[in-house]
Write a protein that binds this ligand. Structure first.
Ligand code: SF4
Ligand code: SF4
Length: 433
């Protein structure tokens, strides 16, 4: 498995790069800067009803297997082979669509637009991983998600990111989640699909920006475990929240036993192991209590300030909307501030429609974005306030533990535990008796 673990990443990277290189020559990517808007194929490509059921059945089976290998059997090898299968099926065969991460947008759009008919596969892909997380932790991330799989397989020399930096970068997932929900709710864009860094590898086509992003993430991912999962993935926001309530989860030592040797801390490439409280740790002091009270009192202020700051995002964010972009372009052309027409403005002019209703629609959309910005800011302020309060409360742990939210259930840490190795040895000898 060690040899495979070293060969596979290189093969994936080479295959992806060579495929993309050929593809760039054959199909030059469209110029997204000139007013081109993505067609609705960003939402799942039409797939027969029967095949949709097949995809859902495969997802269910893969999640069940991930739970079995990761939580019941504590078998890293099983998770590893499942990871390869998921990469091939959900990644290369299904071309990364539909995926649970992108389904956030379909579900959001369905909630805000009564005319949008939500595909059954989108509902299943959105809900099933969350449902399994409630029972077994993040087994979807362990070996089912194709985006996690491609990153997991390129991880060859993991390095630990300092915890403070890890925590700070982790905030980006909330920003991305909030922005993706806002754009989908407004019907402006599906940014998760548009900027999916790995889907170009699965489809062997994509814009130069997205391919570059994907290549960079894979190169970083050789040394920093799953950078997209840890610092960008919007679906991880939901998985982390559901993971907090998981009934069963990864325990590093068998049955949760721990000899406090700290080997598992180095074995986890995702900073997901939490240390036990030292025996000589001082009890919560007056300063700690005062800090907790201060953060709790300041929470509404943090939320309000963040909401106010968020309202300034209205102008740039509204430009993700096609109507707003077109109205701005027409206004600029009419004022003589730009020369010539772009395709979109030319077809608008050819249609003979008056500009006033277009400007009015754009104004209304921008107004809605102001409200959206307030809500997005308030959400981020709430997350910051909650984190400040959470970190000011002293947690007491008696053993090294896999964090309920952060653990990806990959099973790498099991064999680092001397108690687990002893258990496996006993099992092996018992099977020979
Ligand atoms: S964190 Fe996101 S991208 Fe990573 S495996 Fe989980 S769902 Fe997939
Ligand atoms: S299973 Fe172990 S190694 Fe894998 S993410 Fe969880 S704590 Fe880290």
């Amino acid at each position: 498995m060690n040899i495979m673990a070293r060969i596979i990443p290189v093969l994936i990277l080479l295959a992806s790069l060579s495929g993309w290189a050929q593809d760039v020559q054959r199909f030059p990517p469209p110029d997204f800067e000139s007013g081109y808007t993505f067609p609705m194929t960003q939402t799942p490509a039409p797939r027969g009803v029967v095949m949709s059921y097949v995809d859902i059945a495969v997802l269910f089976a893969a999640l069940s297997l991930a739970s079995y290998f990761s939580i019941h059997k504590r078998n890293r090898q099983g998770v590893f082979y499942l990871t390869i299968f998921s990469l091939l099926y959900f990644g290369f065969y299904r071309e990364g669509c539909i995926c649970a991460i992108g389904a956030i947008q379909n579900v959001t759009l369905a909630l805000f637009d009564p005319n949008y008919s939500l595909p059954l596969a989108a509902v299943a892909f959105f809900l099933l991983p969350l449902f399994f997380t409630l029972f077994f932790g993040r087994v979807f991330c362990a070996g089912v998600c194709p985006l996690g799989a491609i990153q997991d397989l390129v991880l060859i020399k993991p390095m630990q990111v300092p915890r403070w930096l890890h925590q700070a970068l982790g905030m980006l997932t909330y920003v991305y989640f909030g922005a993706a929900v806002l754009f989908a709710a407004m019907g402006s864009a599906f940014i998760i699909c548009k900027y999916d860094p790995f889907v170009s590898f699965f489809r062997l086509t994509g814009s130069i920006t997205v391919v570059t992003l994907g290549v960079c993430l894979l190169i970083i991912g050789m040394f920093i475990g799953r950078p997209y999962c840890l610092y960008l993935c919007p679906y991880s926001v939901l998985l982390k929240a559901f993971g907090q309530f998981s009934q069963w989860r990864v325990t590093v030592g068998p049955g949760g036993d721990c000899v406090q040797c700290d080997s598992c801390e180095d074995a986890c490439p995702f900073n997901a192991i939490t240390k036990p409280t030292p025996d000589d740790a001082p009890p919560p002091s007056e300063v700690d209590k005062k800090r907790l009270v201060l953060f709790s009192v300041l929470a509404p202020v943090v939320i309000l300030v963040a909401a106010w700051a968020g309202s300034f995002s209205a102008t740039p964010f509204s430009q993700m909307d096609y109507t707003v972009r077109l109205a701005e372009r027409i206004a600029l052309e009419d004022a003589g501030a730009v020369e010539g027409f772009i395709d979109a403005s030319q077809s608008f002019r050819d249609s003979g429609q008056p500009a006033a209703p277009l400007f009015e629609s754009a104004r209304r959309i921008r107004e809605q974005y102001v409200w959206g910005g307030w809500i997005l800011g308030a959400f981020l302020g709430f997350v910051i306030a909650l984190k400040l309060i959470w970190h000011s409360v002293q947690q007491t742990r008696i053993a090294y533990e896999a964090d309920r939210s952060d653990c990806l259930a990959c099973g790498r840490c099991y064999c680092s535990c001397p108690l687990e190795r002893k258990r496996l040895k006993q099992l092996k000898s018992a099977s020979f008796v």
